[in-house]
Design a protein around this ligand. Structure first.
Ligand code: SAM
Length: 378
C-alpha cells in the first residue's frame, strides 16, 4: 500500500490540512521531501513550472534589483530564499551577478524542507548556506532581502464548504479517511478547530450554499515570523498564486475553491489519488501576508502581477541583445524569448502570478525608489 495511504489508515480520519502536510512533507514519502535521484518537482522535466524554472529572466531581474539595492544602501545584502527548491533561482542570481557578487551579497541562505534539494543547492551554488528552517539560520548582520516563490501556496490548507440548512448556512470541513481498500476518500464533518470560524469572521467571509473554499489560518503568523527574523532593514518579495480575500472567496469567481494537484504538467482534480506523487496547491490569500506585515511593523506592501513587476524592474533590458537591436534571432534566442514572454505578457503566468513587495527601514525606502523610478537611460 502507498505509505501515505497506510499512514492515514493508521491515524484514522485526518483534516485535509493534516493530510496535505503528510502528502507533501512526510519524511520519506512526501511529494517534496521523499528522496529523488532524477528531476525535481519544479521545471520542464518535473510536474509544474514556476517563474524561476520557466525563464532566467526572473533570476536576472532579481539579481539586478539586489545590485541596485546594495548600491543604494552602500553595503552588501543578505539574501534569503524560502522554499528554495533545488536552487535554480539562486544559481541564476549568482551567475547574473558574476564578479559583482562580493559587492552585492554579504551571504545567501537557502531555506528548504527537502534534504535532497538542499544537497543540490550546495552543489549548484557554491557558498550558499542551507537550512531546513529560517529560525535556524544565522541572525542577520546587515540588510536582508527575503524572497519566496510558490512557498506559501505549498503550505497546508483546511478545506471547507457551506450547506444551506433551516437555520441559514452551516459550515462543514472536509476530512480524508482510508476507503477500506488501497485508496482514500473524502468525508465531511464539523470544523476541526475554532480557528476556521475565527478566520472567516475576521476576514468577513460568508460562503454561499455549496461553495467550497480553502483557508490557511497559520499563514499570517508564519509570514510575520519570517519578517521579524529579518530585523529592521529589509525587503520581502513574495511570488505566488493568489488574490486578496474579497476576490479569493468571491463565489461568483471561485465557487469550487482553488485546490488542485499537478503531475507531469497536467492538472489533477483528485488530490487524494497517489499521494506523494502529486503536487498539491491552493491559492494564497494575500490579505494574510499583508496583515502579517502590519503585525511585524512592516509596510503592508505593493502587489503587482508578475509581468508588470518584471517590466517595472526593467526586465526587458535583459532579453537577448539581438531583440533590442532588431537583428535575426538564433533558434536558441527564440526559445529564450518565448520562455521570457510567458512571464512578461499579461496572460497566463505573467498575470496569474503576483509579486508582493513589503519592507522596512532604509532597504524599503531604497526599494521604493527602484520600483517607481523610470529605468536609467541605456
Ligand atoms: C512549489 S515548490 C517551489 C520551489 C522554488 N521556489 C521554485 O519556485 O521553483 C515549494 C518549495 O518550498 C519548500 N517548502 C515548503 N514548505 C517549507 C517549509 N516550511 N520550510 C522549508 N521549505 C519548505 C518545498 O519543499 C518546495 O521545495
Amino acid at each position: 500500500m502507498n505509505a501515505i495511504v497506510a499512514e492515514v489508515a493508521r491515524r484514522g480520519r485526518l483534516s485535509f490540512a493534516e493530510f496535505m502536510e503528510l502528502a507533501l512533507y512526510h519524511p520519506s514519502a512526501g511529494y517534496y521531501t521523499r528522496r529523488r535521484s532524477g528531476p525535481g518537482p519544479a521545471g520542464r522535466a518535473g510536474d509544474f513550472l514556476t517563474a524561476p524554472t520557466t525563464s532566467p529572466i526572473f533570476s536576472r531581474t532579481l539579481a539586478e534589483i539586489l545590485a541596485q539595492l546594495a548600491a543604494a544602501l552602500g553595503e552588501p545584502i543578505i539574501m534569503v530564499e524560502l522554499g528554495a527548491g533545488e536552487g535554480i533561482l539562486l544559481e541564476g542570481v549568482l551567475v547574473q551577478l558574476g564578479d559583482r557578487r562580493g559587492d552585492v551579497l554579504r551571504r545567501v541562505v537557502a531555506v528548504e524542507a527537502a534534504e535532497w534539494a538542499r544537497s543540490r543547492i550546495v552543489r549548484r551554488c557554491r557558498g550558499v548556506e542551507t537550512e531546513a528552517r529560517l529560525s535556524d539560520a544565522r541572525w542577520p548582520d546587515g540588510p536582508v532581502v527575503l524572497f519566496a516563490s510558490e512557498y506559501y501556496d505549498a503550505l497546508a490548507v483546511h478545506r471547507i464548504t457551506a450547506r444551506a440548512d433551516s437555520g441559514g448556512v452551516a459550515l462543514a470541513e472536509y476530512y480524508v479517511e482510508h476507503d477500506g481498500g488501497t485508496g482514500l476518500r473524502w468525508t465531511l464533518g464539523e470544523p476541526s478547530t475554532p480557528k476556521i470560524l475565527e478566520y472567516l469572521a475576521e476576514h468577513g467571509v460568508a460562503l454561499v450554499d455549496g461553495q467550497v473554499a480553502e483557508i490557511r489560518p497559520q499563514a499570517r503568523s508564519v509570514h510575520a515570523g519570517h519578517l521579524r527574523w529579518c530585523g529592521l532593514d529589509a525587503v520581502a518579495l513574495v511570488l505566488d498564486y493568489g488574490y486578496p480575500g474579497r476576490r479569493l472567496y468571491d463565489a461568483r469567481a471561485r465557487r469550487g475553491g482553488s485546490l488542485v494537484g499537478y503531475r507531469a504538467h497536467a492538472l489533477v482534480d483528485n488530490v487524494l489519488g497517489d499521494p506523494g506523487e502529486v503536487d498539491i496547491t491552493a491559492h494564497v490569500n494575500f490579505d494574510d501576508l499583508e496583515n502579517a506585515a502590519a503585525d511585524a511593523n512592516w509596510e503592508r506592501g505593493i502587489i503587482r502581477a508578475l509581468g508588470s513587476f518584471l517590466t517595472v524592474h526593467n526586465a526587458l533590458s535583459l532579453l537577448p541583445g539581438a531583440v533590442a537591436r532588431g537583428e535575426p534571432l538564433t533558434p536558441e534566442e527564440w526559445a529564450q524569448l518565448a520562455a521570457a514572454k510567458r512571464l512578461l505578457l499579461p496572460t497566463g503566468m505573467g498575470a496569474d502570478l503576483k509579486v508582493l513587495a513589503q519592507g522596512r527601514g532604509r532597504a524599503w525606502q531604497a526599494y521604493l525608489q527602484l520600483a517607481t523610478a523610470p529605468p536609467a537611460e541605456a
